[in-house]
Design a protein. Sequence first.
Length: 327
Amino acid sequence: MPLKPIVTVTNIFPEIALEKLSPHCELRTNDTETAPTKEELKQFASESAALITYLSDKIDADIIDQGKNLKIIANYGAGFNNIDVSHARRKGIWVTNTPGVLHETTADLTWAMILSIARQIVPSDKYTREGKFTGWQGKLFLGGDVYGKTLGVIGCGEIGKAVARRALGFNMRVLYHQRNRLPEEIEKELNAEFVSFDDLLAQSDFVTPHVPLTDATQHMIGKEQLTRMKKTAYLIHTARGKVVDDRALVDALRQGELAGAALDVYENEPELAGGMTELDNLLLLPHIGSASTDTRNRMALLVADNVLDALAGKKPRSLVPGWSGAV
């Protein structure tokens, strides 16, 4: 009887997906929540037919070159900038991610962040827990309104559209910017107006990027862009860390150039830029955009399907764009 192919999972992975994989392979799992070292990743690649990876796993050419029998690198997440996709493609190794299953949950979190930073929810909670609340006060934790304000969405893909759709309930004006304008019927559905990048920054009360990380989008929000925003505006960031220049953001918040910001991702994740933890007008979350049980299970099942496709010699169902040469 032939040996089953080895599938290595680099970190914690939902049981529902492990159960789907286990009849078809020899599973090797990491249940410690400790990220593997580069040497361990090299060993995993050399021994495995499939690698299931986290965004925190930097899968570079050295690791990929060890994968003599490696058929697929299946990232457990929508992002994939942790993988040298072009090198994997040259080696004939599939690279997949989990698009299309986490946009609603990420949009929910984006809105939680909008409301939290505008209404000072976290410092208010801390203040109350510390026993400082002595009764209603006229100027206690004054925040910014959300209802009726202007939301600027940079990148109206699945997540951006889901965020814009939620703004309808807050009677917001919605501006959006991206390379290509949406069809007219989608604009009407979202009540969204296509504007230039500069106009979006200048007019929005809440600015939220939802773009992939590319050469064009790296630091697309830096010092120059932050100075174009209203001093009463808020930046909400759940996209890719390097889309925002964290150092410039800290400076802008310190200097009062923005009312506040809320981040779920970071430029050099998990490292925070100096001064971030000292700012009361900055909400910091630990990359939990897709962190609901249902969504993480759906993501994991898609990862399992991709792996099973590859093991069966079929094209995986959610190849990353760069693998196939698409833009």
